[in-house]
Write a protein that binds this ligand. Sequence first.
Ligand SMILES: [Fe+2]
Length: 221
Amino acid sequence: MTVKIYKSVLSNQVIESLLDFFNSNTNLHSDTMGMTKINLPWKHVQHILEPILKKYIPVDKNLGDNFYKHSFPYFTHIDSGNNKNSYNVLIPLYLSHKAAKQKFVVFDQYCTDYSGATWLGDIWKPQQDFKLNKKRDFPYKDPTVVGCTDRPISDEMYQILKYDYRNEEQFYGLTGIAYDYTPGNILVFPSNQLHCTGRMDCDYKIGLSLRFEILDKSQIL
Ligand SMILES: [Fe+2]
């Protein structure tokens, strides 16, 4: 499985117009587990992003996902939405503390259950159900997760991931890469690859997550 990073592809002007859309359309905001979202953003931002994104990936079939603003790191999850050819396009837009070294981690491991999943470990369980993803416990104990090692997460990676409701066991068996969460850059990866937010050293961040169906992987430049 591959992760593609495209650096400095969005101008400040494009980033500003996306942020302006998110911040000014509070009537479209919804709240999921303390995260503010605007769902199904493509219809709103297609005219801004399509000319840019189509240089790198096919964008004919959008599958979701959302604008988000959050102040705590999100759990390890996948977003396939029952589509084996779904790809995530992560578009960082804003960090409340610009000098903060915010990371986004994409693991090497992937999930064979395409319906969607979030791995919460056993420290804390939210009462309410997620709209799409199934709650699961630990990736390394999960038969639908492929590629786990029989070793703890590396110390270096755990320093990036650890947070008050996260413990080391939640990441046992996982390996991967921590990418800088840098506005202007775009990250593309298969939606069934496990991923999560790194420890947050800023008050909040705003980003845009899009998903597209890509049937021919060779079209991802
Ligand atoms: Fe995600």
